[in-house]
Design a protein around this ligand. Structure first.
Ligand code: F6R
Length: 242
């Protein structure tokens, strides 16, 4: 595991964008998974800026949504897919056949989780996973209790996640209580992983993730064992590290 600490949110976002830019420069097909939430917004902005400046060619990249809420349509502005579409796919004109996402409206969601994971396997696995850290140490929706072998699956969202994510929803559109997520197993098989966290509120969980024992109680700690994983932090999120 590697550790990179940036002075502020802007340079952290640029560094995350740069990880994607490096892969795009290889001009060969690669598979990248993308998160939603507050953390990656700056990264999406940096990627859109680079694209508008004519410096980015994403045409060889296949994009995979990391996780999705259940019980809301994919077309809802609250779905992870729509959020990434608005922030990144649309402004950069990424072709629809390069975009892969959970069909969260499938009748058989267990079969859907297996189908989505099989696509990734069939395409050679992930080359890069960009993930955030939940306040309870979750990755995607791999909530506490998720082992390194946890498969891609349907999951009940943890109480802490429901509190943390409440800010993204409204009274008319309350937060769903279930999600579907790429499993720890698939994420740990990614050649590279960028675990991104910013801000003081993440300092405690970042400390546990990096200095604590590798534990299913804190799923993000599993990346300590991954040679290709980089914890990418700003100084505030890193402020409690030794
Ligand atoms: C979102 C996701 C979550 C978030 C995490 C951090 O797709 O998978 O695991 O990455 O909850 O969220 P923010 O960035 O809002 O602090």
């Amino acid at each position: 595991m590697n550790l990179v600490i940036k002075s502020d949110y802007e340079s952290l976002s640029l560094a995350a964008a740069q990880a994607i830019m490096e892969l795009s420069k290889q001009k060969k097909e690669v598979n990248i998974c993308l998160p939603t939430g507050t953390t990656p917004k700056g990264m999406y902005k940096a990627l859109v800026d680079l694209h508008q400046a004519g410096q980015a060619d994403f045409s060889f990249i296949n994009w995979f949504t990391l996780d999705e809420y259940l019980g809301i349509p994919l077309s809802s502005p609250f779905s992870c897919y729509q959020q990434i579409t608005e922030l990144f796919y649309e402004p950069t004109g990424i072709s629809k056949d390069r975009i892969f996402t959970f069909n969260s409206e499938a009748k058989d969601l267990d079969a859907e989780a297996a189908r989505y994971n099989a696509i990734i396997e069939h395409m050679g696995g992930l080359d890069l996973a960009i993930v955030g850290i939940g306040m309870n140490g979750h990755v995607g929706f791999n909530e506490p209790g998720s082992s390194a072998n946890a498969p891609t699956r349907v999951i009940d969202l943890h109480e802490r996640t429901l509190v943390q994510s409440k800010k993204y929803f409204t009274d008319d559109h309350p937060i769903p209580t279930k999600g579907i997520t790429l499993g720890m197993k698939t994420l740990l098989q990614s050649k590279e992983v960028f675990v991104v966290a910013n801000g003081e509120e993440k300092a405690d969980i970042v400390k546990v993730a990096i200095h604590g024992p590798v534990s299913d109680d804190v799923p993000v700690s599993h990346f300590q064992t991954h040679a290709g994983a980089t914890f990418l932090l700003d100084t505030l999120a890193a402020s409690k590290l030794k």
